[in-house]
Design a protein around this ligand. Structure first.
Ligand code: NAD
Length: 330
């Protein structure tokens, strides 16, 4: 074991946790110590598969680690993360949503701040290469339309669609609009489960940006699309196909040289060009990038792409939307 490398572990090796184990095992700049799962059979099976150690006691793993991924069901995020932060001084990567309540999220953030520890949260879509491709543009949206439609599966249906799916898009929205939420209108319906399966929210920000977000887990096809409209700019981002398209209006004929397509239209006496561009999409695994970012944040090389406060703010909006839908349904 290299003493200069930080020690990392995984807590919860279910559907998603196994991929955390897989990626950490492939990292050369850490000591991956192993995993804990409250189900010893599952934990041992994944430990065997990835040739690592199964820790029967979570405290033994936390005690030995500088950082742990918490990939347990959401209801246990708070308890597990609190012990890791408070008792063992461990940095934590918590899968989304950060916790079930705002009080819990605030408590974790306070513990982390007091001890100078990192909370990073697995809002993985923020690292989606198609969204990352927008970074080179100046984004000041006037209107954003987001759709996330998924075929029905039992996984995730223990919570309303807003907490399972829409939270991804609320997090993206809050990262794109640099303003406070002014008002929310939301409605939803149950189709297949006892909780809300299809939800729609209209969010207005203090700077005037308006957004429309639809999430459904009763769809034949998968759709994950964002459309951004702003002055002289329109972009569509397909998070599923990892494709981004941008239309810019410009007066500068030099800008059309490298564009895929340019059209001229006259507005008054001015000539304007619509420049169509397909920004280059980098090819990488978002989960691996997220975990690299966690390790680099512990090493103080980077900052967490989604920190505890941002995750808490997304949760706050999502809880408001959910409450509004439930009141509307009464
Ligand atoms: P899962 O049910 O497949 O796995 C959870 C695992 O945790 C199980 O093996 C279970 O035995 C274990 N576990 C339960 N309580 C535990 C505890 N207190 N301590 C240790 N182990 C415990 O669930 P999953 O689909 O892997 O989801 C895990 C988390 O990841 C959830 O919070 C979920 O919302 C989140 N998730 C995020 C994304 C994303 O896109 N970022 C996708 C799927 C799931």
């Amino acid at each position: 074991m290299d003493s200069k490398k930080i020690n990392i572990g995984v807590i919860g090796s279910g559907h998603l946790g196994q991929y955390h184990v897989k990626h950490y095992k492939n990292m050369n700049n850490i000591n991956f110590l192993g995993l804990h799962d409250s189900n010893p059979e599952r934990g041992s099976e994944i430990a065997k598969k990835y040739e690592t150690k199964y820790f029967k006691n979570v405290s033994d793993l936390m005690d030995a680690c500088e950082g742990v991924s918490i990939v347990t069901p959401t209801e246990s995020h708070y308890d597990v993360a609190k012990i890791a932060l408070k008792k063992y001084g461990c940095n934590v990567f918590i899968e989304k949503p950060i916790t079930e309540t705002i009080l819990q999220a605030d408590d974790l953030i306070n513990h982390a701040q007091r001890k100078n520890l990192i909370i990073q949260v697995g809002h993985i879509e923020r690292l989606n290469p198609a969204l990352k491709a927008l970074e080179k543009f100046d984004i000041n949206p006037k209107f954003i339309d987001i759709q996330r439609l998924a075929p029905y599966t039992v996984r995730g249906t223990d919570v309303p669609v807003v907490l399972d799916l829409m939270i991804h898009d609320i997090d993206i929205l809050l990262s794109l609009v640099k303003s406070k939420v002014k008002s929310i209108h939301a409605s939803g319906v149950s189709i297949l489960t006892n909780s809300v399966d299809i939800a729609h929210a209209r969010i207005r920000f203090e700077n005037g940006t308006v957004s429309s977000i639809t999430s459904s887990r009763v769809s034949k096809d998968k759709v994950r699309k964002i459309k951004i409209f702003q002055d002289n700019f329109y972009s569509t981002i397909d998070l599923l196909l990892e494709r981004t398209e941008v239309y810019n209006v410009t007066k500068d004929s030099n800008l059309i040289k490298n564009a895929l397509q340019a059209e001229i239209f006259s507005a008054g006496n001015e000539k304007k060009y619509i420049v169509y561009e397909k920004p280059k999409i980098k090819n990488y695994d978002s989960l691996r990038a997220e975990l690299d970012n966690f390790v680099n944040s512990i090493l103080e090389i980077e900052k967490p792409i989604v920190n505890g406060i941002e995750a808490r703010n997304a949760l706050e909006v999502v809880i408001k939307i959910n409450k509004m839908i439930l009141e509307d349904l009464k």
